[in-house]
Write a protein that binds this ligand. Structure first.
Ligand SMILES: Cc1cc2nc3c(=O)[nH]c(=O)nc-3n(C[C@H](O)[C@H](O)[C@H](O)COP(=O)(O)OP(=O)(O)OC[C@H]3O[C@@H](n4cnc5c(N)ncnc54)[C@H](O)[C@@H]3O)c2cc1C
Length: 451
């Protein structure tokens, strides 16, 4: 493999959303970028592909964005794909109780003052405004508290709103999930009002929104993209990475070269000595039913008391998502098909028979388990080696493993790679336990304030 010719090259390893975001930001900043990806395609855990059996393109899993996901929207704007999202014009979350068929829609008002909790028609039925105030307990929760310990699981509001939101956002059960992390999500979305909660989905597929436009932008910026390039090892000098070792050969790094390692946490831990990362994972199961969704049907429906948790309307499929799906990963495809279709038929008012063709996708290690213990294992983005930065949904972003977290980590790594002062500062605070992302944000504010 040929060596990087010029100095100051940014070597980004891993073309998931963290790596793509880092590469796009670095190319935008005028840096020479080489992006290495082990697979023959980009996107990692967030991509689309053609399913020959269903005869259509599907996403590896349903991914929901909210309008408050500012880094994700910034990324889509940079790559010219903001217009590829669709969703309801305002924040609406339709739910159905699979057992009783009861339906309701949660409708936060668009401003930050949450007067919607005062209106019975906007809240979960048979809940009171003061039930919602109980969510403040999450804010006060210490880092070792779980969601189920901070809130009251016997409450109707817990079962019909907090639990489904928490499980979807953290991919972790309320009994195991971190209350503080759930609070952070609520603060960034519901806490900022309905305008920040407007759901957004790719109109085509995940790759059409997040991956292909990014690759096109990188090509246009002169970045080099190498697929089938699996990093096997890093070689280290005194305080820097000296070589990237691939199957095809090794690449020596120049003095000003930077490496952004944007591979999943478990792989990063194999490549970087002494790196602690979350080591427990949580599965997500998706079922894609090939059928034409009814005209005017909602973009998605939350299901309470069924096997499915969320059902999404796509162009050619109705698609079920179950997070923290340990109870389903070992079950047979036919059994899951019948369980999930029953809920889809109720939610979208479709006949129970015949059951359409289905593709069940079980992502056993979809994300890390967002428990208080696992969160302690999230690493900072700077490392002992001056030219090595980490990016990925597993680093300490303060967010769960999400598109928003992955992209924020990519952007933060790019900022750290292009600003030596910032990197030095970040290394200083690393010992104090503060997040380098917080640091980069503080620094950015300072830059903006300068004349
Ligand atoms: C089924 C499912 C549903 C989800 N739903 C949502 C959702 O609704 N909303 C949301 O926000 N998030 C959701 N997520 C989470 C989101 O997809 C991830 O947080 C995000 O995609 C992680 O991006 P990443 O770049 O950190 O990691 P990855 O996507 O894992 O990217 C890492 C990349 O590194 C590559 N790589 C690995 N080893 C090497 C090596 N040695 N050398 C070179 N390359 C290597 C991999 O092939 C991969 O492309 C979901 C995830 C799954 C699996």
């Amino acid at each position: 493999m040929r060596a990087a010719a010029s100095t100051g090259c940014a070597h980004v390893v891993g073309a998931g959303l963290a790596g793509l975001a880092a590469a796009v930001a670095l190319a935008d900043a005028g840096r020479r970028v080489i992006l290495y990806e082990a697979a023959p395609h980009a996107g990692g855990r967030c991509r689309s592909y053609f399913d020959a059996e269903l005869g259509c393109r599907i996403d590896n899993g349903n991914h929901l964005l909210l309008a408050g996901n500012r880094a994700a929207l910034d990324y889509l704007e940079r790559i010219g794909a903001l217009g590829s999202l669709e969703g309801p014009p305002e924040a609406v979350f339709p739910f159905v109780d699979a057992a009783t068929g009861e339906r309701w829609t949660v409708r936060p008002n668009s401003g930050a003052l949450p007067w919607w909790v005062l209106r019975a028609k906007r809240r979960v039925p048979q809940t009171r405004a003061r039930d919602y105030l109980a969510a403040w307990a999450l804010r006060r929760a210490d880092p070792s508290t779980t969601i189920a310990a901070a809130l009251d699981p016997r409450q109707r509001l817990f079962r019909r709103l907090w639990e489904p939101l928490a499980v979807a956002a953290l991919n972790t059960s309320a009994e195991q999930g971190s209350a503080a992390l759930f609070w952070r999500i609520l603060a960034e979305t519901l806490g900022r009002g309905g305008a920040a909660c407007r759901p957004l989905l790719p109109r085509g597929g995940l790759s059409e929104s997040f991956v292909e436009p990014a690759l096109a932008r990188l090509h246009a910026q002169g970045a080099e993209i190498r697929f089938g390039a699996r990093l096997k090892a890093l070689m280290f000098g005194a305080d820097k990475v000296s070589h990237l070792v691939f199957e095809a050969g090794s690449i020596g790094l120049d003095g000003a070269d930077m490496v952004i390692l944007a591979v999943p946490g478990a792989i990063a831990a194999r490549l970087v000595p002494g790196l602690d990362v979350p080591d427990r994972h949580s599965p997500i199961v998706n079922a894609h039913f090939r059928c034409t969704p009814p005209a005017g049907a909602p973009f998605f429906v939350g299901v309470i008391g069924g096997a499915a948790e969320w059902i999404f309307r796509k162009r050619e499929v109705l698609s079920v998502t179950v997070s923290a799906a340990d109870r389903f990963v070992e079950r047979a495809v036919l059994e899951l098909r019948d369980l999930f279709w029953r809920d889809v038929a109720v939610a979208y008012r479709l006949p129970a028979y015949p059951v359409p063709p289905v593709r069940i996708v079980k992502e056993r290690r979809a994300t890390f388990l967002a428990s208080p213990e696992q969160l302690k294992r999230r690493p900072l983005q700077t490392t002992t080696w001056r030219n090595l930065l980490l990016a990925g949904d597993y680093v300490d972003t303060g967010l769960p493993a999400t598109i928003e977290g992955a992209i924020r980590s990519g952007f933060a790594a790019a900022r750290l790679a292009t600003d030596c002062r910032l990197q030095a500062l970040s290394q200083v605070v690393a010992s104090s336990g503060r997040s380098p992302l917080a640091l980069t944000e503080i620094e950015q504010e300072r830059h903006r304030a300068l004349p």
